[in-house]
Every structure is written in structure tokens, then in C-alpha cells.
Design a protein around this ligand. Structure first.
Ligand SMILES: [Zn+2]
Length: 62
């Protein structure tokens, strides 16, 4: 997937976080940097969230 804002390649886990935060059925997505700007959440916090969701066994993350 490609970030709809800056055109950067978005990883599976970043796309998963976007879906989790925005809409599970989202067909577009934002990279972690744009997600950080959009939600005013620091990138480090977003990465921590990805880790937590992974640990929780969420299927949107690998
Ligand atoms: Zn972006």
C-alpha cells in the first residue's frame, strides 16, 4: 500500500495501525509519519501501539 498523503510505501503493520485507528475497512492508508501528524501522536507511541496489538494477537499485524 502507498500513503495517500506523501506517497511513501506503507508496511503491513503501519497499514494495520491505520485501519485500527481510522476504519477497519479502509482501502487507502497513511504511513506512520503522516498518521503521527494527522492524530498528533508521536511516532514512537505509534510503534509501541503496533507492538501492543501484535502481542494481543490482532490479525491486522504480523
Ligand atoms: Zn505519508
Amino acid at each position: 500500500m502507498i500513503c495517500r498523503k506523501c506517497g511513501t510505501e506503507v508496511t503491513f503493520n503501519e497499514a494495520g495501525l491505520y485501519k485500527k485507528l481510522v476504519n477497519r475497512g479502509a482501502t487507502d492508508c497513511l504511513c506512520i509519519n503522516c498518521l503521527s501528524e494527522e492524530f498528533r501522536i508521536p511516532v514512537e507511541t505509534l510503534y509501541k501501539m503496533i507492538e501492543e496489538y501484535k502481542k494481543a494477537g490482532c490479525t491486522l499485524f504480523a
